[in-house]
Design a protein around this ligand. Structure first.
Ligand SMILES: NC(=O)c1ccc[n+]([C@@H]2O[C@H](COP(=O)([O-])OP(=O)(O)OC[C@H]3O[C@@H](n4cnc5c(N)ncnc54)[C@H](O)[C@@H]3O)[C@@H](O)[C@H]2O)c1
Length: 248
């Protein structure tokens, strides 16, 4: 399938996990990619692997407003058009809600929610021009109850709500904006984020896969790429749960 032939796609979080799997899938489907991530070393590996499909590679902290603005100025003058924006970059911490440090709360909101807003804000003029699409990676934590994720859940809930505003406001101009809400995917984030100490183990089932099996980043990439493609042209403003039925 070449659903992205002649299409430029900007993807964040491309250095690892779901973002890297999405980069591979988009490249396989013919996209020309602008990839970004804060992790320069791992991003370079993605860039090298997919070199025939890469237009540009940016080491970028999406919560840095002036860097985001500068990059979109450059994209506009260099590549002229952008057909899709995919925001995968994000961070997670587990804490007992009563112990969340305000600085950690702020950091998670800054990266996940405000960073996604900055990306959408500066991409929108180009996306509107091409009747393109935006896919934001939210989480099952935005929709259901997860323990120890107060800041993360708030940030992802914000992404889902913010995305619906964009969907309504720019849907009439031919743009679609949707969220993918994953759960239980084996990545650095899910395997390397420590749980808080002294947890009530009954709450673990709220974040565990229903069948005990973690799925792969590719299982999310397929949903992201579908929503970014013309196949999803009549889908706008949804939270697509890709969670193996966790919240069912
Ligand atoms: N793994 C899961 O089960 C799961 C579940 C729900 C949602 N998600 C979401 O999926 C997305 C991808 O996560 P993943 O599981 O692949 O984890 P991951 O840690 O492998 O990937 C996250 C990527 O985001 C990048 N990143 C972090 N902060 C950044 C910043 N400020 N600017 C730019 N890039 C930044 C990281 O360097 C990393 O490459 C995240 O938004 C996450 O919240 C994952």
């Amino acid at each position: 399938m070449e659903r992205f032939a002649n299409k430029n796609v900007f993807l964040t979080g491309a250095a690892s996990g779901i973002g890297k799997a999405t980069a591979r899938r988009l490249a396989n489907e013919g996209a020309k990619l602008i990839i970004a991530d804060v992790n320069q070393k791992l991003l370079e590996e993605t860039s090298k692997e997919l070199k025939d499909s890469i237009l540009e590679t940016y080491t970028l902290d999406i919560s840095n407003l002036s860097d985001v603005a500068k990059i979109f100025e450059e994209i506009k003058s260099k590549f002229k058009s952008l057909q899709a924006l995919v925001n995968v970059a994000g961070i997670l911490r587990f804490d007992h809600s009563r112990d969340v440090e305000p600085k950690d709360w702020q950091k998670i909101l800054d990266v996940n929610l405000t960073g996604t807003f900055f990306m959408c804000r500066y991409a929108l003029p180009l996306i509107i021009e091409s009747n393109g699409s935006i896919v934001n990676v939210s989480s099952s934590a935005a929709l259901g109850s997860h323990a120890w994720t107060a800041a993360y859940s708030a940030s992802k809930g914000g992404i889902s709500a913010f995305s619906k505003t964009l969907a309504v406001e720019y849907g009439v101009q031919g743009v679609n904006v949707n969220c993918v809400c994953p759960a239980s995917i084996e990545t650095n984030m899910s395997t390397q984020t420590p749980l808080p100490s002294n947890i009530d183990k009954r709450l673990l089932k709220k974040i565990m896969p229903v069948d005990g099996v973690n799925r792969t980043p590719e299982d999310i990439a397929s949903a992201i790429v579908f929503l970014a493609s013309e196949d999803a042209v009549h889908i706008n403003g949804i939270d697509l749960r890709v969670d193996g039925g966790l919240l069912t």
